[in-house]
Write a protein that binds this ligand. Structure first.
Ligand code: C5P
Length: 322
C-alpha cells in the first residue's frame, strides 16, 4: 500500500533484544579476551549525537586501512616473509568508482539484486558466501573476498581445496590483542592464520592474498564505542563492517546490501544455509548491533532504499571534505 515499513533504528540497544541474546551480549560486554582498554565508555551518552558527515570524517581520520607487508617486523625476519605482499592493498588496487558490499544475511535470498550488484566496478563478499546457484540474488562478480581466520582454520579442509576461494583478491583477518602489537598477535592468534596463509600461498601463488593489519579492527571498535551510550562487546567488529570500511578507502561510492535488513528481514542466518539464529543479524560475539547503528547514522541514501533493497549508500573517504 506504499507505506514505509520499519527500517533499522540507529539507537538500537541490547535492552531491545530477547532475553537469551541479551544475556550473551552482556557476557561479551563483561568478558575481555583481547585486553581492551577504553577510558571513556560513557562518551556516547554525554556528547550530543554526531551527525552522519561528522561520523564519516571521524572514521576517515581515525581508521587507517593497512595490510601487512614483507618488510614489517617481526615478519621481515621470517623465512616465509616473501610470501607476504611487497606492497599494501591500496597501492595495488583501486581507486574504484562504485563498489558493492554484499552481506551474507538470509534476507539476500529472493532479493533479485544480482544484476544491480554486478553493475558495480568492484564487489566484496565474505567468508564462505557462494555465488554459484545464487546469481539472481547476489550476483556473480567477486573482486575481493574478506575472510576471517575461523574460515581459514585447518580443521575445515575446504579453505585450501574449495574453488570458492580461488576467485578475486583474498583479504584475511584475525581477532588480535587490543595492543595491535604484531609480535604479540603473532604468538596469540585466535586461529592459526599465518600457518594457513603460508599453505594457501604455496598452493595458489598467483592469487593476490593480503592480511589486514589488526590496528584496523581496534581503531574501528574505538569509534563504535565512542559513539554509543552503553558498553559494547569487547570483541572486534564483524567482517561485514571491516569490508565496508575497506571499500570506503578504495571507492568513490559504496553500496552496502542487507547489512541493515530490508523488508525481507528474516532470522535465517545466511542466504546460503538453512541455519536460523537472530544472533547472526543482531550480534552475539561481534558488536554488530552497534556497527549497524553507526552505519545507519552515516547512510546518505533513503530509508526507502533500505526498506526495498536493503541498500545503504556511503561515500568513499577520497570524496569527503573534512
Ligand atoms: O556470517 P558472516 O560473518 O560470514 O557474514 C558476513 C557479514 O555479513 C557479517 O560479518 C555481518 O556483517 C553480515 N551479516 C548480517 N546479518 C546476517 C548475516 C551476516 O549483517 N544475518
Amino acid at each position: 500500500n506504499g507505506t514505509l515499513g520499519e527500517v533499522w533504528d540507529d539507537e538500537m540497544s541490547s535492552t531491545m533484544l530477547g532475553k537469551r541474546l541479551r544475556k550473551v551480549v552482556q557476557n561479551y560486554q563483561a568478558m575481555n579476551k583481547y585486553g581492551v582498554q577504553f577510558a571513556d565508555v560513557g562518551a556516547g551518552a554525554r556528547h550530543p549525537k554526531r551527525s552522519g558527515p561528522e561520523l564519516l570524517c571521524q572514521m576517515k581520520d581515525s581508521v587507517s586501512i593497512t595490510t601487512l607487508t614483507q618488510e614489517m617486523e617481526p615478519f621481515a625476519h621470517f623465512p616465509w616473509a616473501t610470501l607476504l605482499p611487497p606492497r599494501p592493498l591500496n597501492m595495488d588496487i583501486g581507486a574504484f568508482k562504485t563498489c558493492a558490499v554484499v552481506s551474507s544475511a538470509g534476507s539476500m535470498k529472493n532479493s533479485g539484486l544480482g544484476k544491480e550488484i554486478d553493475a558495480h566496478d568492484a564487489v566484496v563478499r565474505f567468508n564462505a558466501a557462494p555465488t554459484t546457484g545464487f546469481e539472481k540474488d547476489v550476483g556473480s562478480k567477486t573482486t575481493i573476498r574478506l575472510i576471517n581466520s575461523q574460515v581459514m582454520a585447518p580443521e575445515d579442509h575446504r579453505f585450501l581445496s574449495s574453488s570458492l576461494y580461488s576467485t578475486g583478491i583474498l583479504v584475511g583477518w584475525d581477532p588480535a590483542p587490543y595492543s595491535s602489537d604484531l609480535s604479540e598477535w603473532y604468538n596469540k592468534t585466535d586461529y592459526p592464520i599465518f600457518l594457513q596463509y603460508q599453505r594457501y600461498r604455496r598452493l595458489h601463488p598467483q592469487q593476490p592474498f593480503y592480511i589486514l593489519h589488526p590496528r584496523v579492527e581496534w581503531q574501528l571498535w574505538n569509534q563504535i564505542q565512542e559513539n554509543m551510550a552503553e558498553p559494547i562487546q569487547k570483541n572486534p567488529p564483524s567482517s561485514g563492517l571491516l569490508g565496508t570500511v575497506l571499500m570506503m578507502s578504495l571507492c568513490e561510492v559504496v553500496h552496502v546490501y542487507e547489512f541493515l535488513p530490508s523488508r525481507r528481514k528474516t532470522e535465517l542466518c545466511h542466504y546460503y544455509q538453512r541455519f536460523v539464529d537472530a544472533a547472526c543479524t543482531l550480534g552475539a560475539y561481534h558488536p554488530l548491533l552497534y556497527e549497524k547503528n553507526l552505519v545507519k547514522r552515516m547512510n546518505q541514501g533513503l530509508d526507502r532504499d533500505i526498506y526495498t533493497h536493503g541498500r545503504v549508500t556511503l561515500p568513499g573517504f577520497s570524496t569527503l571534505n573534512c
